[in-house]
Design a protein around this ligand. Structure first.
Ligand code: ARG
Length: 572
C-alpha cells in the first residue's frame, strides 16, 4: 500500500517534470501545513526564472483531486500543502487493517547481513558491545519488517595469540573450576589472572607461546580446550542476550575462527590480482587514498611478518563469504567509531579485489561512546569494565523501585520491571544520534517524563487501560473515524507518517529517528486526550471514532517500540 507521501509525490512529479524532467520536488513533512515542498527555488535557479512564477506554474500543474485540500505559496517560493481529511481517513483505515500499519515493503527484497554485538571470548562484554547489540538488533527488526531477508552475524573474537595463555591458565586451574567461573560470567577475572601470570612467570610465557603454535597447528587436545573457552563464553553472552531480549542466538555466532580456512586464499587471490606488496616481511595492500599523519601510504596488513593472519584478513574473508555464499547485497557493520578506518580500508581492498562488486552496499554503522557521570568512558569505580549483567540487574532493581506502589502483584512487578529496565536502557541508547557519545544516567533514562523508554511504555499502557475500562480488547476497525477536532487531525497526521519515520531511520541507519517519531506521537496523543474526551464523548459516533484513534496510537507505539527491541507492557 502506497504511503501518503508516495501518493502526494505522484501528484507533484508531473508538475515538476513539465518544467524540468527529473526535477526533485524535495517533499518534506511539515508542522505548519502537512507538507512542505522545497524544490521550487533550486529549480527556478536552474531555469533562471523568478521562483514565485515557477511556484505558480507548479501549483497550476498539480492534480489535487481527492488528495490535496490546499496549496499555498509561501515566502520566496516554498509550497505548503494541506491534505484533505478524506485522504487522511482513507490512509488511517488502510493502516488499521494492515498488520505492519502501512509500512510498505521495500521495492527490492535484499539479503542483508548485519554484523553486530561481536564480544570477545574470555573477555567481559563492555558497554560498547551493548551499543552494538541494541542498535544492530533494531536494524535487523526493521529490515525484516521491510521484507528483507536478514542474516545476523555475531563476529565473536575467538582467535588470536591471547588464547595461548588462556588455555594454559585453563589447564592450571583445572577444567571444572575454570568452567564454573566462566559460566557465571567471570570472564574478566579469568582473563586477568592469566595475564598476571603471563607477565610474572617466564615459564608460563613459554608454555603460552608453545600453546599458540599448537592451536594454530590444529592440535586436537589444544582445540578441545579452546572450544571449552569459546563455549562457556558464548553461553554467558547468550544469557546476556536473553536478559536484554535481543534476537541473537548461538546460531548467529560465526566467530573469527570460522574464517581461518579461507585466509590462505585471501592472500593468494590478492597476490594473484597483483595487489599485495611486501612491507618488512608482512603481506600488505595499500589502497589508494589512505595515508598516515606523515602522508605515507597506509597498509592494510593481510599477513603479519610472523606468518600470522590478523583482524583485517578475517574481515576480508568474511566479506567474500557474505557476498558469495550468503548472497548479501547489503552488509552492515555495527561497530564503534574508532574502527572507521579499518572498515574503510577493508571495503576499499575488497572493492579492488572485486569481492564487493558495485551495487553491493557495505556500511560501517558507527557509534560513539557510553560515558560515565564524569563524562569520561563509562567504567566501574575501580576503573574496570562495567559488567553488563550487573548493569542489567541494577536496572531491573531500579525499575522495580520506580514501579513500587503501582499495585502490581509480585510476579507482574518482576516482569514489568524487566521490561521497563530494558526499555529504559535501550531507548536511552537508541534515541541518541548514534554518532554521538552519551552519558549513562539511570535517573534520566528511567524517568516517566521526557523522551524515555518508560514514558513511551507508559503512554501505551495508559491507552490500553481505556480499553480495559470498557472491558474490550480492541475496537473493531469500523471505518467510524472522523476528524472534527484539530487535535484529532494533528494526531491522525502524525500516525500516517510512520512509514516516513521508518524510511528516514533506514536512510541513515539511525534508530534515533524512529525514537523521535514515537516521542512526538505520544505528545500528540496527550494533546488529543486532553482536549477530546473519549469515554465521555458527546455522542456514540464521536466516541467510536476517538476509540479508534486510541487503538491506532497504541498499535503504532507497540510496533515502533518493537522495532527498537522494546516491549510494551499492557499495564505499568
Ligand atoms: N570483536 C570486535 C571488538 O570487540 C568487534 C568485531 C566487529 N566486527 C567485525 N567484523 N570486525 O571490538
Amino acid at each position: 500500500m502506497p504511503t501518503l507521501t508516495q501518493r502526494l509525490l505522484e501528484r507533484l512529479t508531473p508538475a515538476f517534470d513539465a518544467l524540468e524532467p527529473g526535477a526533485d520536488p524535495v517533499l518534506r513533512g511539515s508542522d505548519r501545513a502537512d507538507y512542505q515542498v522545497n524544490g521550487v527555488m533550486p529549480l527556478a535557479k536552474r531555469l533562471g526564472r523568478n521562483p514565485r512564477e515557477v511556484a505558480e506554474d507548479i501549483v497550476a500543474g498539480i492534480d489535487v483531486g481527492g488528495l490535496v485540500a490546499a496549496v499555498e505559496i509561501a515566502g520566496p517560493g516554498f509550497l505548503n500543502i494541506t491534505l484533505t481529511d478524506e485522504a487522511l481517513l482513507e490512509q488511517l483505515d488502510a493502516m488499521a487493517s494492515d498488520e505492519v500499519l502501512g509500512i510498505p515493503a521495500a521495492t527490492t527484497e535484499e539479503v542483508c547481513v548485519v554484523d553486530y554485538s561481536a564480544p570477545n571470548v574470555a573477555k567481559e562484554m563492555h558497554v560498547g558491545h551493548l551499543r552494538s547489540t541494541v542498535i544492530g538488533d533494531s536494524l535487523c527488526r526493521t529490515l525484516e519488517v521491510l521484507g528483507h531477508t536478514v542474516v545476523r552475524r555475531n563476529h565473536v573474537g575467538d582467535w588470536g595469540t591471547p588464547f595461548g595463555m588462556l588455555i594454559e591458565h585453563l589447564i592450571d586451574q583445572g577444567e571444572e573450576e575454570a568452567v564454573a567461573g566462566l559460566s557465571v560470567g567471570d570472564l574478566n577475572g579469568f582473563y586477568s589472572e592469566a595475564r598476571t601470570k603471563f607477565d610474572a612467570d617466564e615459564s608460563f610465557q613459554d608454555r603460552s607461546r608453545a600453546r599458540v603454535v599448537s592451536l594454530q597447528g590444529g592440535d586436537a587436545e589444544t582445540l578441545r580446550l579452546w572450544r571449552i573457552l569459546v563455549a562457556e563464553s558464548v553461553r554467558y553472552f547468550d544469557a546476556v542476550y536473553t536478559d536484554l531480549g535481543v534476537l541473537l542466538t548461538p546460531q548467529d555466532v560465526v566467530g573469527e575462527s570460522s574464517y581461518n580456512p579461507m585466509l590462505e586464499a585471501v592472500v593468494d587471490d590478492l597476490d594473484a590480482a597483483g595487489l599485495v606488496e611486501d612491507s618488512g616481511g608482512a603481506a600488505c595492500v595499500f589502497p589508494p587514498g589512505f595515508t598516515n599523519r606523515e602522508g605515507d601510504p597506509l597498509p592494510l596488513i593481510i599477513r603479519k611478518s610472523d606468518e600470522g593472519f590478523g583482524y583485517a584478513a578475517t574481515d576480508l574473508a568474511a566479506v567474500r563469504n557474505r557476498v558469495d555464499i550468503l548472497g548479501a547485497t547489503r552488509i552492515l557493520y555495527v561497530v564503534g567509531a574508532p574502527q572507521a578506518q579499518h572498515f574503510e580500508m577493508v571495503f576499499a581492498v575488497a572493492r579492488m579485489a572485486g569481492w564487493l562488486p558495485e551495487g553491493i552496499e557495505a556500511v560501517h554503522v558507527a557509534f560513539g561512546n557510553v560515558l560515565g557521570p564524569d563524562r569520561k568512558m563509562f567504567k566501574t569505580r575501580a576503573g574496570g569494565t562495567v559488567k553488563l549483567q550487573d548493569l542489567l540487574a541494577e536496572g531491573i532493581d531500579r525499575a522495580a523501585d520506580a514501579l513500587a506502589g503501582r499495585n502490581h502483584d509480585p510476579e507482574t512487578l518482576d516482569l514489568v520491571a524487566r521490561q521497563v529496565a530494558m526499555g529504559a536502557i535501550k531507548f536511552a541508547d537508541l534515541s541518541t544520534d548514534r554518532a554521538r557519545d552519551y552519558v549513562f544516567d539511570w535517573d534520566r533514562m528511567l524517568a516517566f517524563e521526557g523522551a524515555t523508554g518508560p514514558y513511551l511504555q507508559y503512554a501505551h499502557a495508559r491507552i490500553r487501560s481505556i480499553f480495559r475500562k470498557l472491558d474490550v480488547d480492541h475496537v473493531p476497525t469500523s471505518g467510524a473515524l472522523r476528524l472534527d477536532h484539530p487535535a484529532e487531525r494533528a494526531l491522525a497526521r502524525h500516525l500516517v507518517a510512520l512509514p516516513d519515520a521508518i524510511e528516514s531511520m533506514m536512510e541513515s541507519y539511525s534508530p534515533s529517528k524512529l525514537c523521535t517519531y514515537l516521542y512526538d506521537l505520544a505528545q500528540h496523543f496527550t494533546g488529543f486526550y486532553e482536549s477530546c474526551s473519549v469515554l465521555n464523548a458527546p455522542d456514540e459516533a464521536t466516541r467510536a471514532s476517538r476509540l479508534e484513534l486510541c487503538e491506532l496510537t497504541a498499535s503504532t507505539l507497540r510496533l515502533g517500540l518493537d522495532l527498537l527491541g522494546i516491549e510494551a507492557p499492557e499495564r505499568m
